[in-house]
Write a protein that binds this ligand. Structure first.
Ligand code: NAP
Ligand code: G4F
Length: 348
């Protein structure tokens, strides 16, 4: 039985990956941040109290800004595979918190790689390392983007991901570590953070449909993204670490759509004319935008056998339906006298 350690297990991808690896019989360990409130909502369904069972999922406190703690967890868990998904992952926020983003995303990856290098040098078993790279690294480079496309990052987040990418390449070349970079294009789901544009839209349309909200404030509707399904993309992460050799892989659908097209389809599935509800708020524009991302995953198909399973209309429908259900639950609670806070409608 293999052991995996996931940094960023409480995020969208971390939760899908944990379920995927548990399904493959892995012992899964995850690193979570200490917070004053519970932050494990996405993994609660697969978490078992370690006092009651021999739990296959175990959690450890840690933070990418704390190298000593990362080392301790790696020594304690002695994983076969590490998935580094931890990040301040919001592009717009990275313009407001640039240093912090660089520390967690860029230097945090370096801290983890240094810990792995020392762990193996001290006689620890070989570790395979997955680094969560991003299509944001391509930034202003013209589509379609593949592994040979030069990076042209357009935000502090993207610059930090480029640094992490090259740290990973360097540790592979300098120390012979098995480190693979996934260059993943946008992937969404019903678990997507509610401040990313797709989920912000589907959450709002659900509430608008049920009369709980009227307006949705957005930024640039013309940006185009290559949107896939998170459940498909975590399988690609795992496949990269099962390959005979480490490498860098673009993971994408090969299709791009604008935010406006996403709204059109989500509006159609919700039975709403979104143009009556959406207003522009300049605060959601970015100081420098990424206009068009569309990936070419031929290498992942030929070397790993990976291809996406869910297409764009199915993804939008899934998110719309899930968020309509969620809005229905909120309305039931509100009607029963509970206070329901409509986060995301105006201020994010
Ligand atoms: P996400 O939902 O924002 O999750 C990020 C995870 O990182 C959360 O578990 C978060 O913990 C954790 N984290 C944040 N700061 C941390 C710190 N200082 N120390 C330790 N953990 C920290 O992101 P995601 O969508 O799952 O994406 C996973 C990874 O893939 C990220 O690295 C992201 O940048 C990258 N990526 C995502 C996409 C995409 O479209 N989703 C595409 C390309 C690359 P909390 O829950 O406590 O906040
Ligand atoms: O949903 P977004 O915030 O995702 P973005 O910036 O593409 O970043 C996501 O995907 C990356 C992979 O390419 C990841 F690395 C990263 O961690 C993250 O998961 O914005 C998508 C587009 C942008 O062009 C943005 O300007 O939607 C536009 N947009 C328009 N109105 C908005 C809004 N984005 C957000 N978040 N909120 C808006 O109101």
């Amino acid at each position: 039985m293999k052991t995996a350690l996931i940094f960023g297990i409480t995020g969208q991808d971390g939760s899908f990956l944990a379920e995927f690896l548990l399904g493959k019989g892995y012992d899964v360990h995850g690193v979570i941040r200490r917070a004053s409130t519970f932050n494990t909502d996405r993994i609660d369904a697969v978490y078992r109290d370690p006092h009651e069972n021999r739990a296959a999922l175990r959690l450890h406190y840690g933070d990418m800004s704390d190298g000593t703690g990362l080392r301790r967890v790696i020594a304690q868990v002695s994983p076969d595979e590490i998935y580094n998904l931890a990040a301040q992952s919001h592009v717009r926020v990275s313009f407001d918190q640039a240093e912090y983003t660089a520390d967690v995303v860029g230097t945090g990856t370096l801290r983890a790689l240094e810990a792995v290098r020392d762990h193996m040098k001290a006689g620890g078993k070989p570790v395979r390392f997955y680094q969560a790279g991003s299509s944001e690294m391509f930034g202003a480079a013209a589509p379609p983007q593949n592994e040979a496309t030069p990076f042209y990052p357009r935000s502090p987040y993207a610059v930090s991901k480029v640094a992490a990418h090259w740290y990973a390449v360097n540790y592979r070349e300098a120390y012979g570590l098995f480190v693979s970079n996934g260059i993943l294009f946008n992937h969404e789901s019903e678990r997507r953070g509610e401040t990313f544009v797709t989920r912000k839209i589907t959450r709002a349309l659900g509430r608008i449909k049920l009369g709980m909200q009227d307006k949705l404030y957005l930024g640039n509707l013309e940006a185009k993204r290559d949107w896939g399904y998170a459940g498909d993309y975590v399988e690609a992460m795992w496949m990269m670490l099962q390959a005979p050799r480490p490498g860098d892989y673009v993971i994408s659908t090969g299709e791009s759509h604008s935010v406006r097209e996403f709204l059109d389809l989500a509006g159609e599935y919700s039975g709403l004319d979104w143009t009556r509800h959406v207003e522009t708020d300049p605060r959601y524009f970015r100081p420098s935008e990424v206009d068009h991302l569309r990936g070419d995953s031929s290498k992942a198909l030929s070397e790993l056998g990976w291809r996406p399973k869910m297409d764009f209309p199915k993804l939008v429908r899934l998110m719309v339906e899930q968020d309509l259900d969620l809005a229905q639950q909120e309305r039931t609670l509100a009607e029963a006298g509970h206070r329901v806070v409509l986060r995301g409608s105006a201020h994010r």
